[in-house]
Structures are given as structure tokens and as C-alpha cells.
Design a binder for this molecule. Sequence first.
Ligand code: S3P
Length: 174
Amino acid sequence: MNKPIVLIGIMGCGKTSIGYKLSYALSKSFFDTDDELVKKTGVTIRDIFDIEGEAGFRKREVNMLGNIIKLNNIVLATGGGIVLEEDNRKLLKELGFVIYLKSSIDCLYDRLKDSKNRPLLANVSDKKQALADILAIREPLYLECADVVIDVSYKDSYAVVDQIKETLSNVKNY
Ligand code: S3P
């Protein structure tokens, strides 16, 4: 089966780095919705948020997912908020083999506490609480879309790739 393998999960869970390594291990092409938006617009994700607001970013994200998810034989890393739009959830469930990379708040906080590239954490005083609040809203949506859930908290990305490969080998048609 050539269905796209789509990685979802909150920012900082490792979608991009795990996705890139997974694509290499499976000899598939790698895409990342945020990277494609940066390539297409020529500006950073932060710039898009600054200029067009979150609503403008979400519209672009919907269009980008709609284009990429039709490609075969790919691994696709998505932005953490991709599941917020109903259209995206429908596309993910219909066309993707969706893997939710689940992480503890402590692990996410350790990875993101110094990050300057996450607009949603840019102006908050308590990043850990902000991550917990975001996850509380999104967790049911990640679970709604997921074919498989993998706990990635404090795990080495190569170990996660091995775990995903093992999981895929047990999935019919993969
Ligand atoms: C977002 C996550 C980011 C990026 C944008 C919005 C979110 O992607 O799409 O800043 O809403 O959680 P990562 O999950 O790759 O950080």
C-alpha cells in the first residue's frame, strides 16, 4: 500500500526529525507541511502568523495538506495544529495512515523551553501550562485521526523509527 504515512502530534514531539529518518528507512519521499509553506511563501511560519494571523496560517495549511496528501509513497510531518480544522481531519482519516506521536508535557517542555520558532508559545509566561492547555484541547482530535499511537516521551528518534517500522510490519497491506 502506498498511502501516505502521516505524523501528527503537538509541537516538539519530533514529527519532523522522526519523519525524515522514517522516510529514509522506508525509502519514501519526505514532506513537512510547515516546510512546504515556508518554501511556497518565502517567509517563516512566524512571519505568516505576524502578517496574516493564525486564521491566515490555518487557511494556507488546509490548502497545503490538500495538495500533499494526494501524493503516494511519502512520509508527511504536519504542523501540530493540523487537526484543528475539520477538513484536515477528514482528509487525514480518509487518505493517510496516521501515526500520533504522543509525548508527556515534561518532555515537550524540556524540548521547547528555549525555542524561538513557535508563535503559539512566543508571548506566554508559563510555557509548560500553555503546552498542557493546548494538548488538552488537541489530544481528542489527535486520537480521533490516529490509526496508531506511539509514545515518544524521552525516546531516541531512531528507536521511535524502529518502533514505527515494527508497527507497520504488523499492519495488513503495509
Ligand atoms: C503549530 C505548530 C507548528 C506550526 C505553527 C503552529 C501549532 O508546527 O505549524 O507554529 O498550532 O501547534 P510544529 O508542530 O512542527 O512545531
